[in-house]
Design a protein around this ligand. Sequence first.
Ligand code: SF4
Ligand SMILES: [Zn+2]
Ligand SMILES: [Zn+2]
Length: 309
Amino acid sequence: MKCTVCKGPAVIDVRRHNANFCAEHFLRLCRDQVARAIKDFDMLGRSDRVLVAVSGGKDSLAVWDILLGLGYQVDGLYVGLGIGDYSDSSGGFARAFATERGLHLVEVDLPTDHGFDIPTGARAAKRVPCSACGLSKRHLFDEAARSGGYDVVATGHNLDDEAAVLFGNVLHWQADYLGRQLPVLPARHGFPKKVKPLVRLGEREMAAYCVLRGIDYIVEECPMAAGNKHLGYKEALNAIEAQSPGSKHDFYFGFLDRGSHRFTPDAEVEQRDLGPCERCGVPTTGEVCAFCKLVARATAVPVELGRRT
Ligand code: SF4
Ligand SMILES: [Zn+2]
Ligand SMILES: [Zn+2]
């Protein structure tokens, strides 16, 4: 197998591009794809202070590494979710990455700072863990970006993630979610701008990027993910991609080009009704935001104990 660019020995094939790459040209491809996503979607400016949400996994550490390589000013944010050994271990990878490279890592810990962990919060709120986790992370990313004066929050969502979310949203015709499923969400209502610079790169490519760059990441999956719908959608799309390389890319980018704007009015209906949460002040559709409701449920002492706070 030869590198399509230099004809030297290739280390990876990317069927979507019908091409093989040596280490040097594969790393260049990854950087070029991120640079292109940033340019095409107007994600980042040179003077922006960027906070990248890192989980200790391959995607978020890779996006931090690539953005630094492209010359952006980027700090990391690690949110401890209290998911047992998994959180201890993932935090260790995020800290080691930052320490070895002399980078600044902001840390927030859900159990220490808000008094509950994801398994407890999910049980108390009768939500599936990933739903409690997702809303907590969104809130904590916003809060950390605002208090640290960052302009943009970047996340490591890759093409596989975005195609799977789109698949789920289409399957259930979640019109408001479809209207908001963009690689860039502009800053508004006090929320920082959100960007997904890895949308042009797949999961397998990010794992290869980390190996080639010597980035140690947590390989183990979050134990809460087992059986969630998102994984099922990914498997379904992987089966389609194996038959027809490039399908995920066409599905997602075809939606952005031709479908997304049709759902903008659905997303805007919700945006119009936003007011400040009476507990924390973030914009919300109700009186109290979803995160403050989750905190209240997760930290309430059961009435039968007679010590309700
Ligand atoms: S798999 Fe679910 S619970 Fe685990 S980190 Fe991801 S969103 Fe959170
Ligand atoms: Zn090459
Ligand atoms: Zn709130």
